[in-house]
Design a protein around this ligand. Structure first.
Ligand code: ATP
Ligand code: MG
Length: 348
């Protein structure tokens, strides 16, 4: 081969290397840039939530004398719910009414649909459209009102405590509606005042940068404080499974009973002792209500029995599984509360 020809071939061969490297870089750049376009496409296709305000919101509030809900009655009628992309119903024909002021404990195995029930109440997931299927709060069909009004007026303490980014003040009072003195008062009530007073910036401490300044239990207390600030006639709580110590747990329960004595409470409980003195216990299984009655009545075959006689009952079996000592304790609490309720005429 001619030396000149070989030189030229070599020259082109070397520049091909740089060019192909350039080509690969360009292709990668194109891929990255197109991802942004794809993401925007995805956002435009995301299913939208229902409107946050509806034209008759104000009328509903007026009808109920200025505050909604004014009594706190919750009624589920033939409610079915299925998460998007799944076949199985997470709620399978739920039908119950929570009387104003009643305290209802919800129990059931993991995956039974307990949290889903709360999701349905807040319309985080919409229920199946079936004639006659609806959720009413104080007689108001919750699909007929705006999401903002619905969610603002039901208090919740979620399973995992939610802390917003920003300052402590913003976490307690996101809409800046309350004076500082009131905030401190509430913090004192939940035993967080001494701790926050010791922080350098007090209420203005940024939680985002130092998310570790609160332990899991303290976060739960922040949620409790938030709920106490916005007291309403309905409180739902999804009890934390593991991350809170028993002392904090008992403290939260005590505070809630004290402060929400006239409100309707739906409490998803993992420790059965918490709900032993509730007005009713709902046992969920695969999205259905299996049992729904006063805990004492679920534990005995005949009212008046002095031991857990309804051994086959689902709730009774759950109680017995806790061992004799705890089971007896739950039974005694339930029995006392039943007798007390009978005396006061508050059997729901
Ligand atoms: P746990 O005691 O563990 O909190 P749970 O009773 O609250 O359980 P849910 O979270 O209500 O259970 O779940 C009920 C059913 O719905 C389960 O079968 C679960 O797999 C399903 N599920 C829950 N959330 C979703 C979701 N976002 N998408 C699809 N399926 C879901
Ligand atoms: Mg749950």
């Amino acid at each position: 081969i001619d030396a000149g020809l070989f030189g030229m071939a070599l020259y082109y061969f070397i520049s091909m290397g740089t060019n192909s490297a350039m080509m690969i870089r360009q292709t990668m750049q194109l891929d990255v840039n197109l991802q942004s376009a794809q993401r925007i496409m995805d956002y435009t296709e995301t299913q939208q939530e229902a409107p946050s305000e509806m034209y008759n919101d104000a009328a509903v509030v007026k009808e109920h004398g200025g505050v909604w809900p004014s009594k706190g009655e919750i009624s589920f009628q033939n409610v079915f719910l299925r998460y998007e992309g799944t076949k199985r119903y997470a709620l399978n024909g739920l039908d119950f009414t929570a009387q104003p002021g009643s305290k209802i404990g919800i129990v059931g195995r993991t995956g039974a649909g307990k949290s889903t029930l709360l999701q349905a109440l807040f319309r985080m997931v919409e229920i199946e459209e079936i004639p006659g299927s609806q959720i009413r709060v104080d007689g108001v069909h919750i699909k007929r009102i705006g999401l903002e009004m619905l969610r603002k007026n039901i208090c919740i303490i979620p399973q995992t405590p939610i802390i917003f980014s920003g300052t402590i003040r913003r976490n307690l009072d996101p809409f800046n509606e309350v004076a500082d003195a009131k905030l401190w008062e509430i913090l004192e009530e939940v035993n967080l005042k001494p701790y926050i007073e010791r922080l350098e910036k007090k209420l203005d401490t940024d939680i985002t940068v130092s998310s570790s300044i609160f332990s899991a239990g303290q976060k739960q207390l922040v949620c409790l404080a938030r709920v106490l600030l916005r007291k309403s006639k309905i409180l739902v709580l999804d009890e934390a499974t593991a991350n809170v110590d028993i002392e904090t747990d008992e403290f939260i329960q005590k505070k809630i009973k004290e402060k929400f004595s006239d409100a309707t409470i739906l409490c998803i409980a993992h420790r059965l002792t918490t709900i032993a003195d509730y007005d009713k216990v709902m046992v969920l299984e695969k999205g259905r209500i299996e049992e729904f009655d006063h805990p004492y009545k679920l534990l005995v075959k005949n009212p008046g029995d002095n031991y857990i006689s309804n051994k086959q009952g689902m709730f009774a079996r759950m109680v017995i599984k806790n061992g004799d000592k705890i089971a007896n304790k739950i039974f005694e609490i339930a029995k006392d509360s039943y007798q007390q309720a009978k005396k006061n005429g508050t059997i729901y």
